[in-house]
Design a protein around this ligand. Sequence first.
Ligand SMILES: NC(=O)c1ccc[n+]([C@@H]2O[C@H](COP(=O)([O-])OP(=O)(O)OC[C@H]3O[C@@H](n4cnc5c(N)ncnc54)[C@H](OP(=O)(O)O)[C@@H]3O)[C@@H](O)[C@H]2O)c1
Length: 251
Amino acid sequence: MEIQGAAALVTGGNRGIGEAFVRALLAAGAARVYVGTRDVANATALVDELGERAVPVRLDITDADQVVQAARRCSDVSILVNNAGAFTGLTLLGSPDMAAAREEMETNYFGPLAMCRAFAPVLARHPQSAIVNVLSAGGLVAVPAMGGYSPSKFAARAMTTCVRAELAPQGTAVSALIVGSVDTRMAADVVGWKETPANIAAHGVRAIRKSIDEIDTDLMAVEVRAHLARDPKGLEAQMARGLGRGLSTGR
Ligand SMILES: NC(=O)c1ccc[n+]([C@@H]2O[C@H](COP(=O)([O-])OP(=O)(O)OC[C@H]3O[C@@H](n4cnc5c(N)ncnc54)[C@H](OP(=O)(O)O)[C@@H]3O)[C@@H](O)[C@H]2O)c1
């Protein structure tokens, strides 16, 4: 679809990959980009820098009322980027209780699903519209060291496919961005090569323009998918070894 002149909303737009999406969509000619942020104060510097086409919106995607309010306020949106995500770094059995697993499922699965549900009628007002869900290589292969996060991204990937089928009749394209390792606060403790947020957002913009169903955004995502196709048990064993020595694939 054409981004020029469109209105977009990016969840978690105040920093990291979300901020890069805000910048990329404005650079692509979006008329307005709503910067979803849990605390508007965290987006002030960005919005001041980018000018009046960047509009802050208070939005915690796990808060049902705030999601409904956002859909009312951002009623001109034809592009929705579900970027906000949570990572606790806890394993499924090693954490003291299920709070972390529930938080990751709420933020990474139910939150984006709530956004898709609330914005589907908003997107339907446009002949062409798009949703981009920011997912993870940890949603392609199960990563025991990311025991709550990885299943939440698997669920979000399946949700993306289901929502794509449901929204096809109204002309809304739904893209899955498979992300490996990116230089943001979420990956601050990850060693090794990390992609820039700007390059991830550039893939997202391409996915919107070309209506690409699923796209691997960086070297780690490409390598994980190739390894999975070539040697799934070998990859599973590699991921299991990661339990003992920290992280070995993308978040
Ligand atoms: N970095 C990586 O290596 C990597 C790899 C694969 C996938 N990803 C995915 O990329 C996306 C962006 O992550 P990032 O790397 O840019 O991380 P980040 O810098 O930690 O940013 C996360 C963003 O999500 C927001 N957020 C968290 N919970 C939220 C909620 N309940 N409601 C609304 N916003 C919420 C945060 O808001 P606050 O500022 O208020 O905390 C922040 O804006 C996530 O979906 C993540 O899973 C990242």
